[in-house]
Design a protein around this ligand. Structure first.
Ligand code: GP9
Ligand code: MN
Length: 432
């Protein structure tokens, strides 16, 4: 294994991107609240359906100057969907080529993940709030290996039937009913809220519906806007609580969409709503439709704004650590700090497809971003450039798989890091 580990260490050390000195540590010691927007795609941001904003609150965050708002941020999940997004954000390593890393490796692998890093470097407590059964995606076992101190799963909430969607507690109830637990966390805390209402097939009971569906005739496209609007309201209510409770000014809020909601097969149904042709919308746009929101809301700053750099879920952890004043260079991470001058803008998808600021490469086809036209006769210079990018993508996916499948972090302890002991954590609801 040591040869395999050395290959990983050599790649990640060489690929490391130094922090942007202007932003390093600007959020040091702040609580970190992560809001996982289930199946939320970037096209919903600033989108109006029949003249009405679908997500007015998230739009106000995205467009404001207290938020770093990423316009070219991609999901990079594989079959592990939500759990792949979680794995990337918690470890800056990819999910697996097949299946879910949480399910396959989460019970026994050694992780050097955000909860443990923040606890050891910043004395952060940590918790996940998610109103589904704790065993879904093997979260309960995986979180212990990641060093999460608390996991408030369905057993902590009133889950009588009208409070539930197919994947757990409705979002407005999740945020509302988590307050009594959030307020008991020692600050600074690292708290992740995983929503579920905006999940395929996007159904919502009448009394919670306050937005008119689209009328493409495909109910899973039409209702997507209804559940996205509800999710937006839930996040708005949570922000109101954070402000009233005083937590707001001591926190930064990281918001991201985990993966697409409308699958490629339905893009042609969606096309007319986005001003695209309902007959010729090409594969190229699928890659573009893999954009999800990524926002870092930092109350009190005025230097926020739209970030154009290309990146993805793999890049979140080094970016966050540097904002908190924590040097990420000693950890094995495949992403790079999005604010760094040497951030790597070649975004690898789990399929091997990759996106750069100018091109989307799907197999051997090169699409020009923006126009979507196929480049049939690339110059030698472009061929060389994209050959190198493709090689980098192949290498980082292969090394990430080698690291995770061979559980190589057993053999690498970053200077000053104490390996996580999963026995230290028990998520069972204590009789209060
Ligand atoms: C399950 C919820 C949905 O708890 O996170 O997961 P997904 O189906 O999106 O992976
Ligand atoms: Mn999901």
């Amino acid at each position: 294994e040591s040869a395999d580990l050395n290959k990983v260490l050599t790649f990640t050390k060489e690929h490391y991107a130094k922090p942007n000195p202007d932003l390093f540590g600007i959020a040091q010691g702040k609580n970190v609240i992560v809001i996982h927007l289930e199946s939320f795609q970037q096209f919903l941001i600033n989108y109006k359906l029949d003249g009405k904003e679908v997500t007015p609150f998230l739009n106000s965050l995205y467009n404001g100057n207290e938020t770093y708002s990423f316009a070219n941020f991609f999901n990079q999940v594989g079959q592990g969907k939500t759990s792949d997004a979680e794995n990337m954000l918690e470890t800056s390593t990819y999910g697996l080529p097949q299946g879910s890393l949480f399910t396959t490796l989460g019970s026994d692998n050694t992780f050097q993940a955000a909860p443990a890093i923040l606890n050891q470097e910043g004395n952060y407590s940590s918790a996940v709030f998610h109103g589904n059964v704790g065993s879904f995606w093997n979260r309960d076992n995986t979180y212990k290996n990641m060093g999460y101190q608390y996991f408030f799963d369905a057993s902590y909430y009133n889950t009588n039937s009208n409070n539930l969607t197919e994947y757990g507690l409705k979002d407005k109830l999740l945020f509302h009913d988590s307050v009594k637990y959030l307020e008991r966390l020692q600050q600074p805390f690292y708290a992740k809220f995983i929503t579920v209402s905006n999940h395929f097939p996007f159904e919502l009971d009448k009394k919670n519906t306050s937005f008119k569906a689209a009328n493409t005739g495909d109910s899973t496209v039409d209702n997507y806007f209804v559940t996205a609007h509800y999710l937006d309201q839930a996040v708005n209510e949570f922000f109101n609580y954070l402000k009233e409770s005083g937590l707001y000014n001591n926190s930064i809020i990281v918001i991201y969409g985990d993966h697409y909601g409308i699958s490629d097969s339905r893009n042609l149904k969606l096309a007319p709503l986005l001003g695209k042709s309902a007959t010729t919308w090409s594969d190229y746009d699928d890659a573009q439709m893999q954009r999800v929101p990524f926002m870092i809301h930092i109350p009190g700053i005025t230097t926020g704004g739209i970030q154009e750099q290309y990146g993805g879920e793999i890049d979140v952890l080094p970016t966050l650590l540097h904002l908190l004043g924590i040097d990420s260079s000693k950890y094995v991470q495949f992403g790079t700090d999005l604010f760094s001058p040497s951030h790597d803008q070649v975004v690898a998808f789990r399929s091997g497809t990759f996106v750069t600021p100018k091109y989307t490469v799907v197999g051997s086809t090169i699409y020009q971003n923006g126009s979507g036209t196929v480049i049939t006769h690339p110059t030698n210079k472009l061929k060389q450039e994209l050959k190198a990018d493709k090689q980098k993508v192949r290498t980082e996916l292969a090394l990430s798989d080698s690291l995770n499948n061979k559980n190589l972090l057993r053999f690498y302890v970053p200077a000053g890091f104490t390996p996580v002991n999963p026995q230290n954590y028990n998520y069972k609801k204590q009789l209060s």
